[in-house]
Design a protein. Structure first.
Length: 132
């Protein structure tokens, strides 16, 4: 897929500008990051993903910091540099400490290592781990 230039606010359609406005209001900021500006090439995707982000990343059974840290872990595993940077910044803004980041990295490394071993060895799933 080709790289797309970010669509700045001034060049955006009214539909895209409305999403940008909601992003800035929700995040209490005066700018929109490049992820959203590139998604703006497909306004329906932009609207859908932004709506999903607001719903999933909101406070719930898991607090927003925990959700950001999970997002960082998955982004590391998926090798998405942009998402690692964005959600690490989000986690730090929500209070993630360097010690927490260090432990998160240890868990990510361990999980990836043991996951590969379990897959490589074809370890059968214990009956007690299966949902009933």
């Amino acid at each position: 897929m080709p790289n797309l230039d970010p669509i700045e606010y001034e060049q955006a359609s009214p539909v895209v500008q409305a999403v940008y406005d909601d992003i800035m209001a929700t995040r209490n900021t005066d700018w929109v990051n490049n992820f959203w500006k590139v998604l703006a090439h497909h306004p329906a995707n932009l609207q859908r993903i932004w709506s999903n982000i607001k719903q999933v990343m909101a406070n719930g059974a898991l607090d927003p910091l925990t959700k950001e840290m999970i997002y960082v872990a998955i982004s590391i595993t998926n090798n998405c540099g942009y998402c690692i940077a964005s959600h690490s910044a989000g986690a730090r803004a929500k209070g993630m400490t360097e010690a927490q980041f260090g432990e998160l990295m240890a868990v990510v490394g361990l999980a990836n290592e043991t996951n590969r071993l379990a897959v490589g060895y074809g370890v059968p799933i214990d009956e007690v781990f299966k949902l009933k």
